[in-house]
Design a protein around this ligand. Structure first.
Ligand code: ADP
Ligand code: GLC
Length: 484
């Protein structure tokens, strides 16, 4: 049985800031079902310690890592998957978010926090933490674990390494002064390794030193090899193109399916599609909107950052305010976006509603209540909300990029007639294109027969994890071959 250590900086339901949390909470379960001996390692953030249940101290012997680091053992909630928590109280046991403080500023010691985490993961991987278990493969995710393949590459014997890029825009870059304090091998500060324009990039470390690299959709795997999407690392990715692939994220239908979603007002599926309206009415009441199930409702859930095309939403809202539509939005991020959206919503409170912050239940309620889901991201490695929307019969409007392009089929006449259309895709991330597509969607919404056809095709899509988990297992074998 293949033994895999899965390292991530967040995992639902213990801790989540975005899609990485969803993936790290669900993929290990699917890998275990497919016959992998999988163990998950996470930082012991305060919120995780509060939610993790019974924990046992299993190691405090970590050579050359400060003595305050211990490893606690538990289980991923509602599974029998073994979970190891890297318990370094001075680094992780604090209030605030995983990567930022309560005011949204990055923690100033993130370099130390995630280099320490990565050192411990590397120690577990080579059984230096004395856990009596040695994985065949270490699966790392995003920059927070990028040092792991770099550190392991310096060892004589090591497991194979795979590095999954969930987002090129977050690189974990730090200057020489910070690097110098991390007690890392100086060889890592070189162009062939992690040096990147006179800084050190943890993301580059993962890309350069892992046996195989992948990202979370086939389209994004191609895009990041270009200057437009590569965030300066396109050259490095081109160099490693043979080892680079795209595996589409799956979704956890135990959590995201209106048929069995405990967080929504009324459960439904395609056969009982009429019940979806009860969710809309409940949300209209809750958010103080006009109660009328026939008004088309547009939904948005997501981090309010440039990536998500929030500027396009802001530009669209004044135009929407003159139409017979409602807009419901949930998110947080860049203060200027939060404030601007809140201002526009306040001016149109009969039609628009917005909750700034993080709210798991409301995210489910919006998926279940809206008729149309807006996702005009400028780039999107995979994107999960548009896939959830498909299952909730909430037609997504997406920009033709990354995983959005790989998961939504545009409602052209031909696609509609063939029963293939699942949503609406626009070409350029510009207001004119976006607006035209919203109008196209609203027009189709007025044709109930066609709309039902669209929604039916969307709800029938299956993005469960099984297929992707098998693709990961194949990738693990490829990594073992490359390692030699
Ligand atoms: P990203 O990882 O770039 O944020 P994804 O679409 O892959 O985007 O995943 C986002 C996940 O985070 C989804 O599960 C979404 O419902 C959730 N999410 C984002 N913002 C919020 C919020 N403010 N409250 C609750 N859930 C949120
Ligand atoms: C990232 C990406 C998102 C992806 C998620 C999980 O945060 O922005 O597109 O779905 O990771 O892979």
């Amino acid at each position: 049985m293949l033994k895999t250590l899965f390292a991530a900086s967040e995992a639902h339901p213990l801790i989540k800031t975005g899609g990485l949390g969803d993936v790290a909470g669900a993929l290990p379960i699917a890998l275990q079902k497919s016959g992998t001996d999988i163990r998950v390692v996470l930082p012991a953030y305060r919120k995780v310690l509060e939610k993790a249940g019974r924990l046992e101290l299993v190691s405090s012997q970590l050579d050359s890592i400060p003595p305050t680091v211990r490893i606690l053992e538990g289980r991923l909630p509602n599974t029998n998957i073994l979970l190891w928590l890297v318990d370094a109280p001075t680094l992780f046991d604090r209030s605030g978010e995983p990567y930022s403080d309560t005011s949204g500023e990055d923690w100033p010691d993130n370099a130390l926090r995630y280099s320490t985490f990565s050192k411990v993961v590397s120690a577990i991987a080579n059984d230096k933490a004395k856990l009596n278990w040695r994985p065949d493969v270490v699966h790392c995710n995003d920059w927070q674990t990028g040092l792991v393949p770099a550190l392991l590459s310096l060892e004589k014997q090591r497991p194979a390494t795979i590095f999954t890029i969930h987002n090129m825009a977050y690189q974990g870059t730090f200057d020489w002064q910070q690097f110098n304090q991390l007690d890392l091998p100086s060889s890592l500060w070189s162009v062939e390794s992690m040096e990147f324009y006179n800084q050190v990039s943890f993301l580059k470390g993962g890309i350069m030193h892992s046996d195989v690299v992948n990202t979370v959709s086939p389209r994004y795997a191609k895009e990041i090899c270009t200057a437009e999407f590569g965030c300066g690392l396109e050259g490095v990715l081109q160099q490693r193109q043979e080892r680079l692939s795209g595996i589409l994220n799956g979704v956890d239908y135990d959590v995201w399916d209106p048929r069995n979603d405990p967080l929504i007002a009324r459960q439904y599926d395609y056969g009982m599609f009429r019940f979806k309206r009860q969710n809309k009415v409940a949300l209209q009441k809750e958010m103080g909107l006009e109660v009328d199930p026939t008004i088309p409702m547009l939904g948005l859930v997501g981090r309010m950052v440039d990536q998500k095309g929030i500027d396009l939403i802001i530009d669209l809202l004044p135009k929407l305010s003159r139409q017979r539509v409602q807009f419901v939005c949930l998110g947080s991020g860049v203060k200027a976006y939060e404030e601007e959206i809140s201002r526009i919503v306040a001016r149109n409170s009969a039609k628009f509603a917005c909750h700034i912050g993080y709210n798991e239940q409301l995210a489910h309620q919006i998926e279940a209540s809206a008729d149309i889901f807006l996702m005009p991201s400028r780039f999107e490695p995979c994107g999960l909300n548009q896939i959830y929307s498909l299952r909730y019969g909430t037609a997504p409007i997406v920009h033709n990029t990354g995983g959005l392009a790989d998961t939504v089929t545009d409602a052209t006449k031909a696609n509609l007639q063939a029963g293939k259309a699942t949503g609406f895709v626009f070409e350029q991330a510009r207001l004119a294109d976006f607006e035209r597509t919203v109008t196209r969607a609203l027009n189709l919404f007025e044709q109930p027969r066609m709309w039902k056809k669209l929604v039916k095709a969307g709800m029938a899509q299956d993005y469960g994890w099984d297929i992707s988990a098998n693709a990961y297992i194949e990738l693990y074998h490829k990594a073992l071959k490359y390692r030699g």
